[in-house]
Ligand binder design. Structure first.
Ligand code: ADP
Ligand code: MG
Length: 247
């Protein structure tokens, strides 16, 4: 039975979709069958990030409303074990939280990991994703607004929907942290009060990969940078004890 993980944040643009794509890729390289479900209706980032937008015919809304079977809407990526269920085209209100949970229950028989890439905040789609998940990954960046957000999201908002919450601190730049954040990353970890599952450095390769429409993770052997950080998070999700990267 596969595990369902919602990738969430309070603030927008913290790196949720980038994490879903790259941890998904790393898990597939670790020989897991992985499904990314894009619940960011209207925006639909994942098909572009995976370079497969021209192959999208059906989407999540088609399945939830019973217009098509899941197998018809799921698109295989060029990377064997990694598949995508694209987001609805229209930014419609999600009134099918139960249908999403039911769908995940069904799909977890066919996949080892299912990532629900959520919109920022706790709107209907984000709540539905959290409620359908076994675990939530809260992605924050090390800035003052995000620190407040980590406290609010992990402590109050997200915990209403899912018990198991892990923290990822993304876009870490040690020089800036040293100068600007007394107490460093511990301040963020304390604010969130949930277990840290990874630290990802700021990495120019991420922006470049976005133009190419492919994950920055291409092998499990990249050393340094965000790719290694995503591989480490994937290994931790598989239960491996991997030390935190020295950034
Ligand atoms: P979200 O899904 O939370 O809105 P995205 O994954 O779309 O966020 O990322 C927002 C922007 O930040 C994108 O331009 C992405 O390339 C960039 N980004 C994300 N993570 C990193 C990183 N570790 N280093 C550099 N840029 C990053
Ligand atoms: Mg996104």
């Amino acid at each position: 039975m596969g595990k369902v993980i919602a990738v969430t944040s309070g603030k927008g643009g913290t790196g949720k979709s980038t994490l879903a794509v790259n941890c998904g890729m790393a898990l597939s390289l670790l020989k897991n069958r992985v499904l990314l479900i894009d619940t960011d209706a209207g925006l639909r980032a994942l098909d572009i990030m995976l370079g497969i937008s021209d192959r999208v015919v059906y989407d999540l809304a088609d399945i939830l409303s019973g217009r098509c079977e899941p197998a018809k809407a799921i698109v295989k990526t060029p990377w064997g074990r990694l598949s995508l269920l694209p987001a609805p085209v229209v930014e419609d209100e999600c009134d099918s939280a139960e249908a999403l949970s039911e769908l995940c229950k069904q799909l977890r028989q066919c996949f080892d990991f299912i990532f629900l890439d959520s919109p920022a905040g706790m709107g209907k789609w984000a709540r539905a994703a959290a409620a359908a998940a076994d675990q939530a990954i809260l992605v924050v960046t090390p800035d003052p607004v995000c620190i407040r957000d980590a406290d609010r999201m992990a402590g109050h908002v997200l915990s209403r929907h899912v018990d198991d919450i892990r923290l990822v601190i993304n876009r870490v730049q040690p020089n800036i942290l040293r100068k600007k954040l007394d107490g460093g990353l511990d301040v963020i970890i304390d604010a969130a009060s949930v277990q840290l599952i990874g630290i990802v450095p700021e990495d120019r390769q991420i922006s470049l990969a976005a133009y190419d429409g492919k994950p920055v993770v291409q092998t499990l052997h990249t050393r340094g940078g965000a790719a290694e950080a995503y591989c480490n998070i994937a290994r931790r999700l598989c239960g491996e004890d991997v030390p935190l990267m020295d950034i």
